[in-house]
Design a protein around this ligand. Structure first.
Ligand SMILES: Cc1cc2nc3c(=O)[nH]c(=O)nc-3n(C[C@H](O)[C@H](O)[C@H](O)COP(=O)(O)OP(=O)(O)OC[C@H]3O[C@@H](n4cnc5c(N)ncnc54)[C@H](O)[C@@H]3O)c2cc1C
Length: 421
């Protein structure tokens, strides 16, 4: 595609945040250019848990067919095993959720968003194209420089640049914005195994003192296992060899033992995730907005990253569309337009981060005394109806933004997805 030199909104990154924003703005008639450095959506593994509010939002926005046609797994609950005994369980079906959380891979979701967006002549997409710098004049962002692979840099002028370029955002860096980063004490190493018949379709945390496994059913027929390791501990773990890692995993969850020998053959079967919480105090400048992981990165607990990103978009779309339609404040979208929005989104992020930090602190308890206290606490919580209030609030949290005010567009095409991911 020939890259246009001018657009209303230039979006950097076509992950869940950028792709959804591009589609929804185009649907409102806004001229949009989305640039994505990857050539396709078959991206490196990003987790597949879609929180219940995101499923609701996607269905309300008309993506229900796309989800149903591709297929997914519903997650029916969460269970916690402590030192060999299941001490805690919540059945999500007892919560008043509109939908259950689902396991659905990111590539087909991104395909669906892109496919719908492509129906609009005012939506432009440039794959294999990298953001390299901002254009700034008179204290405001007026566009960006992007470079197609193997091509020459192109300056694109816009009324708003949206940085949706993920946890290591280059747009954020170019704008001189530095997030507050809170490193978790432990990182994660993940791998997939085939799912044995009769395996529960719910998230499980299997904990042995300060070592744990998160075991999640994964579409269509796998389980995804994540194991904690100390920060900067990957080299030491690998030095001990894959056999030792398999033994370690099997000692925490013996059910996995028979699968590990044949399906976790080498370190190539594993993926490393650096775990941290990060957040910007300011998400916007005149002519610039950061959303999704670029403005706040969550840890993987309860699969909230995509949910936060989707909620950012749903909240930002009417503000951007109105600011562009009004035009009373000059050619660029002013930062003040996003003041109340950012404050509310930060409350949502703080709510999620607070839960994630408490859970990580609980999982890191290593001594026999700490483990006994933790078991007693979860046993007590398990016996109380309060657990349904706690999880109801977590899964259907009060910061959810209803997309009902986003008018749907006539003439959207049905989405056909390839189930190959
Ligand atoms: C291993 C792993 C597992 C995870 N598991 C889950 C889970 O189960 N559930 C969940 O909700 N969340 C999960 N997350 C978090 C989730 O993936 C993110 O929160 C979510 O993808 C954020 O969406 P985003 O669009 O903001 O950013 P991203 O998805 O990171 O997308 C950013 C996009 O910008 C592009 N980009 C970057 N730099 C440039 C540039 N210079 N020029 C052009 N394009 C650029 C990237 O290629 C990418 O496509 C996981 C993350 C990881 C790493």
């Amino acid at each position: 595609m020939e890259i246009p030199h001018e657009t209303d909104v230039l979006i950097v990154g076509s992950g869940p945040a950028g792709a959804l924003l591009g589609y929804l703005l185009a649907r409102r008639g806004v001229d949009v250019l989305v640039v994505e450095k990857q050539a396709d959506f078959e991206r490196e593994f990003r987790g597949e848990s879609l929180a219940a509010p995101s499923v609701t939002t996607l269905r309300r926005l008309g993506f229900g067919d796309a989800l149903d046609r591709h297929g997914y797994l519903e997650s029916s609950g969460v269970g916690m095993w402590l030192e060999g005994r299941r001490v805690f369980h919540v059945d999500y079906r007892r919560l008043s959720l509109e939908t259950l959380p689902i396991e659905f891979p990111q590539p087909p979701l991104l395909h669906a968003l892109q496919h719908r967006a492509a129906a609009f002549p005012n939506h432009h997409f440039a794959g294999s194209t990298r953001f390299t710098g901002l254009v700034e004049e008179d204290g405001a962002v007026r566009g960006a420089v992007v470079r197609p692979a193997g091509g020459t840099p192109v300056t694109v002028r816009s009324r708003l640049v949206v940085g949706a370029d993920g946890r290591f955002s280059r747009v954020r860096k170019a704008a001189g914005l530095v997030p507050r980063t809170d490193q978790a004490a432990r990182d994660l190493l993940s791998f997939r195994l085939p799912r044995p018949d009769g395996w529960p379709l719910e998230s499980e945390l299997v904990v042995d003192h300060d070592r744990h496994l998160a075991v999640l059913p994964t579409y269509p027929d796998a389980i995804r296992v994540s194991h904690n390791l100390p920060k900067r501990g990957l080299g030491e773990l690998r030095a001990q060899g894959i056999d030792s890692f398999r033994d370690r995993v099997a000692s925490i969850d013996p059910r996995l033992g028979p699968l590990l020998e044949s399906h976790l053959r080498s370190w190539d079967d594993t993926g490393f995730l650096e775990v941290f919480n990060a957040e910007l105090d300011e998400w916007a400048k005149d002519g610039l907005l950061l959303i999704g992981d670029a403005s706040h990165t969550a840890t993987p607990t309860l699969g909230q990253g995509v949910n936060l990103a989707i909620q950012d978009v749903v909240g930002a779309v009417p503000l951007i569309a109105d600011a562009l339609a009004g035009g009373s404040k000059g050619p660029v979208v002013r930062a003040e337009v996003f003041g109340a929005f950012v404050a509310e989104r930060r409350r949502h992020k703080a709510f999620v981060a607070g839960f994630q930090k408490r859970q990580e602190a609980s999982l890191a308890m290593g001594t026999a005394w700490q483990a006994a206290k933790r078991r007693a606490r979860f046993r007590l919580l398990n016996a109380l109806p309060l657990k349904y209030r706690v999880f109801g609030r977590l899964l259907n949290n009060p910061h959810h933004i209803d997309p009902a005010d986003l008018p749907s567009s006539p003439g959207t095409r049905p989405v056909t997805l390839s189930p190959k991911s």
